[in-house]
Design a protein around this ligand. Structure first.
Ligand code: AP5
Ligand code: MG
Length: 195
């Protein structure tokens, strides 16, 4: 199985590249951000609670996320070739939960790919998207908070995967196709080194 975690700061291109990776490697998509935005759009109890954190640029508490994750992973088609985890795990606690769950299900994670993009470019991308996205977190104040939260809470997840020998950094600046090519090379080199 090919279970790829796509990580990186807000606006680095996780969602954009996930779509291309899914098509090429025929994976299922699992994005906690998208699942939460669906809950918000439907105004469920979880969505209303989650939006209080999201609109301020903070992470939704781990306890709320683990239920969303477990349900989604267990629902995966038995025959699926793997999954792309977009925006999860975002804390070391989430990484520990994920590794435990995937190992129990005999679906170990393959690699964490971090898309690296400078803050200035991230802010430009998100402000541009904010003109039309309708997302409660695409405004300058919330973007700055999201970037701080990323450094404090999510960057340590890289070290967690480095220690497992599953961390790869990819330059996330360039055209969407150029970045996708770099990701494909990284994924293929993992296959080669695993042989
Ligand atoms: P989430 O939905 O994961 O958002 P995010 O990490 O802030 O990142 P984005 O989705 O905004 O950006 P992206 O990296 O997907 O980039 P995209 O491809 O869209 O999370 C939102 C919130 O939900 C969190 O802040 C948190 O509150 C909560 N949450 C989610 N998961 C959680 C978890 N596990 N635990 C706790 N809380 C959680 O691209 C961005 C823009 O740039 C687009 O407009 C795109 O068209 C453009 N673009 C893409 N690539 C390029 C390129 N190469 N050049 C120029 N522009 C580009
Ligand atoms: Mg996204």
């Amino acid at each position: 199985m090919l279970n790829i975690i796509i990580s990186g700061a807000p606006g680095c291109g996780k969602g954009t590249q996930s779509e291309l990776i899914i098509e090429k490697f025929q994976l299922e998509h699992f994005s906690t951000g998208e699942l939460l935005r669906k809950e918000i759009a439907e105004q469920t109890a979880l969505g209303i609670e989650a939006d209080k954190f999201i609109s301020k640029g903070n992470l939704v508490p781990d306890e709320m996320i683990i239920d969303v994750l477990t349900k989604a992973i267990k629902r995966l088609d038995i025959d699926c070739k793997g999954v792309i985890l977009d925006g999860y795990p975002r804390t070391v606690k989430q990484a520990e939960d994920l590794e435990r769950l995937m190992n129990e299900l005999l679906k170990p994670t393959t690699v964490l790919i971090e898309l690296q993009v400078p803050d200035r470019e991230l802010i430009n991308r998100l402000l541009t998207r904010g003109k039309t996205s309708g997302r409660s977190d695409d405004n300058l104040e919330t973007i700055k908070q999201r970037l701080e939260v990323f450094e404090a809470k999510t960057a340590p997840v890289n070290d967690f995967y480095r220690k497992l020998n599953k961390y790869v950094a990819v330059d996330g600046v360039g055209t969407i196709d150029e970045i996708f090519e770099r990701i494909v090379k990284a994924v293929n080199s993992i296959f080669v080194s695993a042989i």
